[in-house]
Design a protein around this ligand. Sequence first.
Ligand code: TXA
Ligand code: MG
Length: 355
Amino acid sequence: MTMTTRYLSVGSDPNHDPAVIEAAELLHAGEVVAFPTETVYGLGADATQPEAVQKIFDAKQRPSDNPVIVHVGTMEQALQFAQDPNFYFFTLAKAFWPGPLTLVVPATDMAKASVTRGLDTVALRMPRHPVALALTQRAGVGIAAPSANLSGRPSPTKAEHVRQDLAGRIPLILDGGSCQVGIESTVLDLTGHTPGILRPGQISAADLERVLGAPIKEVAGEEAKRRSPGTRYRHYAPDAPVWVLGPAIGPDAFELLLQFLVEKQGLKRIGYLGWRPLEGVYADRVEKYAIDRGPRQLAHELYRYFRELDDREVDLILVEGAVQRGLGIALMDRLQKAASQIFETERQLRQYMEE
Ligand code: TXA
Ligand code: MG
């Protein structure tokens, strides 16, 4: 599978931009197109054409039983794919759409024919990125779209990342700059008695509870696997192992850790995502990416830095963990999936170094 991949920038008026119009025409013709959303870039196809949706799976090398989200531009489009959604669906869509919230509801036959991969539910979201919104509205159909990476790679947050993974495999990439949020949408299952989060994102359980006035379950572990096929697959981890450090690890313990890694483990290059100043004797071994503006910044940069550190072939990546609150919950979910070690306390760290 090799073809010429065109790369078009979208200007400040996406609704009338020739690149968006061309992308909509490609979608109608049954082709796939990569486009920016506020979370990560998506690889889209007309969700009403099963053969077009199949092309997404081929281009990404996605496991064929992993369902894809349908992106809509209007509530009318959503109702082509959602079978009698309940009151929660309308309430949450009204409050959070367009935005990074994906709602799982019973699927129509149209959805079952193309995107649900054997499930009887469908995942829907209305993106708020102006290019994504213009594209769904111009195309006039729901757009099936998973993240626009090769399966097993980090989600792309810049058009350049899509090019790295999919050049030669898709006809068009729309460049709309870097994605604002940087991690994927919150996925909320509305088919059970109590709504349950299948994948945490920027919109938190507390945000959802405030609007619903009802409790939300943080679905995890075996139940999430059963209900959300995506969580079954091995998730992206950089080539280098990732260690996550908790906020309780002080500067002395951090310095000891660097000493251990360099002197005892013989590491040459260590990647570091965090806020600590690096002044000690081991500072020159560390490639630091400063994260000093909190969880929003870490979410925005995480996948980009993982890609860059892979390119730089560091031996290990140290990441400062986030506090488990709001966006921090979603960040820790992604970090836990990537990490081989998580040290929450200095004691855990010292114990590891002594063994
Ligand atoms: O922010 C996002 O959600 C991005 C942008 C492009 O919109 N999309 C995204 O798609 O992350 P993807 O395919 O990489 O992740 C979608 C997740 C997968 O874990 C998939 O298994 C799950 O949603 N999913 C899709 N349909 C589902 C359904 N009917 N029931 C449960 N989980 C579903
Ligand atoms: Mg993905």
